[in-house]
Ligand binder design. Structure first.
Ligand code: HAM
Length: 407
């Protein structure tokens, strides 16, 4: 509520503007999907599918198992294939925003219901698209005035990734006795997860690095992504342990972190998933995307910035003044100002307390005298100075004072 809700909306609105500027269009996807969709895309051995999904058996005849979506990518891919776009018009650019659900132990920045803003681009296998996605996050960062760090990696493709997977598997087998329970349990099925283990950090650091196993095409792709990011002035670091918790990634993966949100520092993440459309029954179409954790970015924003939002409080003293105040308030709002018409029947002191509470920069006061002279008393609540302004000049005076520049 209040400032918190406003900062979530501010992040979402800003992300929409950035996406629209990149000619990305909105897609609305359902919050409920069949469980298998996530098993077949996010991955059987991902934490999401193994431990974090909320699912239930529907009462239909087939007793379908339904899940609350833990992420947006699989639903977008399903909708894309169902609409036949993979064959009729494969190059598509979508964004979505909405709630996601994961069974978590709630803490700062980690919720069981949270909002993601995601972008998914289909039919673009080129490295410029990977770089463009990170540029979108960077534009968002600039507009919100945040400091964020970008980390990237390449996991290789269908040609070179199996070699890398095998090398990590062999490495894991050689260190089996030292692995944590989770890593041991999933080593044979998903050895790469060993690399981002929070427990086996030393082992993960010494593990084989994907860059040493990339084929020429993947190496060139990764080098171009990095060059384009450097040209665009997006500072980034290569993190060879960035394998991500979801199974569908190929080639570029990235994660964006903030130091302002505590332990849950990842505020956005994404990467390329060139085999996913095909593996879900569609054509062989490239895919790449990212999702922002809206709640985490909102936490990183200065909440105080969103706390004081009213530009002006309009105080009417008496019934006749109130009628004029209603029309003045409408004119001020039409000029883009955020105005609260204060509750009538209270004394000036109580009215000014309310003006203060809603963080108004200006109070516009109108009583019988002002009514007679077609003026208002305009009080700057920051400097505690007051002047008489003609009602006809009020909007110009407020604009000249920068009342609608929220700082
Ligand atoms: P993800 O890394 O699982 O990727 O989630 C993306 C972002 O969602 C995270 O970086 C984080 O900011 C936020 N997030 C995740 N879990 C929580 C939580 N429990 N509470 C608050 N925020 C959370 C994906 O979901 C992929 N679908 C991203 C993607 C799109 N890759 C390609 N396209």
């Amino acid at each position: 509520m209040g400032a918190q809700a406003r900062s979530l909306t501010a992040v979402e609105d800003c992300a929409r503007r950035v996406a629209e500027r990149h000619n990305v269009s909105e897609i609305r996807i359902p919050a409920l999907e069949r469980l298998e969709l996530f098993q077949h895309s996010s991955g059987e051995t991902s934490d999401i599918v193994e431990k974090q999904m909320y699912s239930f058996v529907d009462r239909d005849e087939a007793e379908t198992t339904i899940a609350l979506r833990p992420e947006g990518t699989p639903g977008v891919v399903r909708a894309y294939i169902e609409a036949g776009l993979d064959r009729s018009d494969p190059e598509q650019r979508f964004y979505y925003v909405g709630p996601m659900f994961r069974r978590e132990r709630p803490q700062k920045g980690r919720f069981r219901q949270f909002s993601q803003f995601g972008v998914e681009i289909f039919g673009r296998p080129d490295p410029a698209t990977d770089a463009e996605l990170m540029l979108m996050v960077d534009e968002l960062r600039r507009e919100l005035g945040l400091e964020l760090m970008f980390e990237i990696n390449s996991l290789g493709d269908a040609e070179c990734r199996p070699r890398y997977r095998h090398a990590v598997l062999e490495y894991g087998r050689a260190h089996l006795g030292e692995l944590c329970e989770d890593c041991r349990h999933r080593l044979e099925r998903n050895p790469l997860r060993l690399l981002d283990c929070k427990i086996d950090v030393k082992l993960a650091e010494a593990a084989p690095k994907s860059r040493d196993y990339l084929c020429d095409n993947c190496r060139a792709h990764f080098a171009t992504v990095r060059e384009l990011l450097t040209d665009a002035g997006v500072p980034h670091a290569v993190n060879p342990r960035l394998v991500r918790g979801l199974d569908y990634y190929t080639r570029t993966t990235f994660e964006v972190t903030s130091t302002a949100v505590g332990a849950q520092s990842a505020v956005a993440a994404g990467g390329r998933y060139d085999g996913l459309v095909e593996s879900l029954g569609g054509a062989a179409v490239a895919g790449t995307g990212f999702a922002i954790g809206v709640d985490r970015l909102a936490l990183a924003l200065d909440a105080a910035h969103f706390a004081s939002r009213a530009d002006a409080a309009l105080a009417a003293l008496g019934d006749a003044a109130m009628r004029r105040a209603m029309t003045l308030a409408a004119e001020m709002r039409a000029a883009g100002l955020r105005v609260e018409l204060l509750s009538p029947g209270r004394g000036l002191k109580a009215l000014m307390r309310r003006a203060d509470k809603i963080g108004a920069r200006y109070a516009v006061i109108i009583g019988d005298n002002e009514l007679a002279s077609a003026t208002v008393a305009l009080r700057d609540l920051k400097t505690s100075t007051q002047s008489e302004v003609a009602q006809a000049d009020l909007i110009a005076a407020l604009s000249a004072a920068g009342a609608n520049r929220r700082a």
